[in-house]
Design a binder for this molecule. Structure first.
Ligand code: KIV
Ligand code: ZN
Length: 512
């Protein structure tokens, strides 16, 4: 019989806690649909008690997904559990995920509760969650720094009350693989009723060991792995889905377990997350980084040409990274575009396709070959951002060695067109100043970076900005063959994200 490891994706909850990575509801929905296609078993859609925006996004995702379990996070309070249930009650497969800290340091200083009180709250929370659904997960926050025997007692109580999954998080990314393996083995074997629940782990990457710890825990008997796409998440991030899945896929001799992930969709999903959140994937990132399959050394290239398996332990096609990318040009038709987008994982409505086709033609007029990366940008910018408050309609910049740089800009603000102009010490500065004036925003530019989306001098420039306004931080991303336009798009995208954060404040009391 197949031995299955369940993949619990928390990109939309823990992943969204990456600094600046907030997503709007439309973006979350699009990503949730993609994660369902990818084949995740459980999708943690958010923390409904955190903000009204989170509650709204979780309930929209819950109503949309058909196959995937949709989880909502809740502390052990009745209010949190009520809000979690309110958000997921329409899901085909709802799951309430409740948690409380179990380490001495968290119980004493953060919760100000005794171990007995923590067990009592665990039991009350699981019991209350069970009154709504049979599918209840309990997490022991800071589990890896908790007393092992106390952990076993808490898990035993949670399972006795009806928790169907118990999760041991390495909340602060402190564990070492051999130690974590030992801990997971100990807790599974010393929790008397552990066979009645799925044992889960949730690792953070503060020491760069999240994947190693997750794999060790699976080796020790854990059968649910909590992960995020590209490893995004609080501080140094979470365990990355692609690393765990591909490690299991590539080394079945070591761990004969399966997952429900369609590995062919790993790369497109990674790109989508990067496009939506604005968080760039580092080039040397395992599995999905730009260099993950690039062989630079001559001796390696020679070996790969003779037989790819000399230096390649995985095939790029397995993760959906096609080496024979279809190149579209300005004569390509709507039908070719639709079927290629479908292959890339984008199933667009007729209306969406019309929009993408128009943008594709505009780009193909400027750039000879349109490749997958270009199409991803068009889909993300064209489909996901259509309801943005601020949209760029027109940009004209004059700059050079003998003129004062000036930008004139036309924006649509909530559907109303406005124009303005501004100066700066360069074309980008003048474009940003004009946009700030028109939008009435006062954000500070914390970071600006530009890179080429693909090879070739006609490649689109991809710009990422990080903006801060009144303590809120947002990332923005934009791409265009003209890097000044790409910069303006990125800046406007960042401003839209700040607007979203302003109108969807996180409740002070709900900061995890
Ligand atoms: O890292 C952590 O402990 C968490 C829990 C809420 C599961 O994210
Ligand atoms: Zn976490």
């Amino acid at each position: 019989m197949e031995d299955r490891v369940y993949i619990f994706d928390t990109t939309l909850r823990d992943g969204e806690q990456s600094p600046g990575a907030s997503m709007n509801t439309g973006e979350k929905l699009r990503l949730a649909v993609q994660l369902e296609k990818l084949g995740v078993d459980v999708l943690e859609a958010g923390f409904p008690a955190a903000s009204e925006g989170d509650l709204d996004a979780v309930s929209k995702i819950a109503s949309k997904l058909k196959k995937t379990e949709v989880a909502a996070l809740a502390r052990t309070s009745k209010e949190d559990i009520d809000l979690a249930w309110q958000a997921i009650r329409h899901a085909a497969k709802p799951r309430i995920h409740t948690f409380i800290a179990t380490s001495d340091i968290h119980m004493k200083y953060k919760l100000k509760l005794t171990p007995a009180e923590v067990i009592k709250k665990t039991v009350e929370a699981v019991k209350y969650a069970k009154s709504f659904t049979d599918n209840v997960e309990f997490s022991a926050e800071d589990g890896s720094r908790s007393d092992r025997d106390f952990l076993c007692k808490v898990f035993e109580a949670a399972i006795e009350t009806g928790a169907t999954t118990v999760n041991l998080p390495d909340t602060v990314g402190y564990a070492i693989p051999a130690e974590f393996l030992d801990l997971v083995k100990y807790v599974i074997s010393h929790t008397p009723n552990s066979d009645r629940a799925i044992f889960s782990i949730h690792c953070h990457n503060d020491l760069g060991l999240a994947t190693a710890n997750t794999i060790s825990a699976i080796h020790a008997g854990a059968r649910q792995a909590e992960v995020t796409i590209n490893g995004i998440g609080e501080r140094a991030g979470n365990t990355s889905l692609e690393e765990v899945v591909m490690a299991l896929h590539t080394r079945p001799n070591f761990m004969p377990v399966t997952t429900g992930i369609n590995t062919n969709l790993i790369y497109p999903t990674s790109r989508l997350v990067s496009m939506i959140t604005g968080i760039i994937v580092q080039p040397n990132k395992a599995i999905v980084g730009a260099n993950a399959f690039a062989h630079e050394a001559g001796i390696h290239q020679d070996g790969v040409l003779k037989n790819p398996m000399t230096y390649e332990i995985m095939k790029p096609e397995t993760i959906g990274l096609s080496t024979n990318k279809l190149i579209l040009g300005k004569h390509s038709g709507r039908h070719a575009l639709r079927s290629h987008l479908k292959e890339m994982g984008y199933d667009l409505s007729d209306e969406e396709l019309n929009l993408v086709f128009k943008k594709f033609k505009e780009l193909a007029d400027k750039k000879k070959h349109v490749v997958d990366e270009d199409l991803e940008v068009i889909v993300t910018e064209g489909i996901l951002r259509t309801k943005d408050i601020f949209q760029l309609e027109y940009l004209h910049v004059t700059s050079g060695t003998t003129v004062l740089p000036m930008a004139s800009v036309k924006l649509s603000i909530n559907g109303r067109s406005v124009r303005g102009a501004g100066y700066g010490n360069g074309p980008i500065d003048s474009a940003f100043n004009s946009i700030a004036k028109l939008t009435g925003t006062q954000s500070e530019l914390l970071r600006f970076s530009v890179s080429a989306l693909t090879g070739g001098t006609d490649a689109q420039g991809e710009v990422t900005v990080r903006l801060r306004e009144n303590g809120l931080v947002a990332l923005g991303k934009g791409a265009d063959p003209d890097i000044i336009t790409a910069s303006a798009k990125a800046y406007i995208n960042g401003l839209n994200r700040l607007e979203y954060l302003k109108t969807h404040p996180v409740k002070e009391s709900a900061v995890l």
